[in-house]
Design a protein around this ligand. Structure first.
Ligand code: HEC
Length: 113
């Protein structure tokens, strides 16, 4: 009788210890995903490209983006990073890296063709 209770207690303890290991492991090492430039800075681009301020090609407008896209993506990167007429360098996003700006251009172009 005593032995049965002992072995049940032992298996419960054993089960508890193995099931609690994975829970501990995920709690202690959560990978915080880096937010993409699109998530962090798209609102800056949208302040002009949503409404078409200063004649900016509007986000999602195939018609307005087609002639831009026709210039080639490298030209669009170049103009977005260094500025082009009323398009300010990096679209005024001072904290954006060149890679961030390219990611934003890719996103806007993808959604506008
Ligand atoms: C202050 C308003 C403003 C903001 C903010 C802005 N843009 Fe622009 N953008 C413009 C205007 C205006 C043009 C059109 C320039 C022209 O064709 O004369 C333009 C054009 C562009 C073009 C096309 C360039 C070409 O060669 O035709 C790209 C790509 C672009 N913007 C990307 C961005 C990105 C990415 C952001 C955010 C980081 C951004 N813009 C933020 C005003 C803005």
């Amino acid at each position: 009788m005593n032995q049965t209770i002992l072995s049940i207690t032992a298996s419960v303890l054993f089960l508890f210890s193995i099931t609690s290991i994975p829970a501990y492991a995920t709690e202690s090492g959560p990978e915080r995903k880096r937010k993409s430039a699109v998530q962090r800075h798209l609102d800056i681009c949208m302040s002009c490209h949503w409404v078409g301020a200063l004649d900016a090609p509007r986000f999602g407008s195939k018609k307005e983006w087609a002639p831009r896209i026709a210039k080639g993506i490298e030209t669009l990167y170049e103009h977005a990073i260094h500025g082009f007429n009323s398009m300010p360098p990096k679209g005024t996003c001072e904290v954006c890296s060149e890679e961030d700006v390219k990611e934003l251009v890719d996103y806007i172009v993808k959604k506008s063709q």
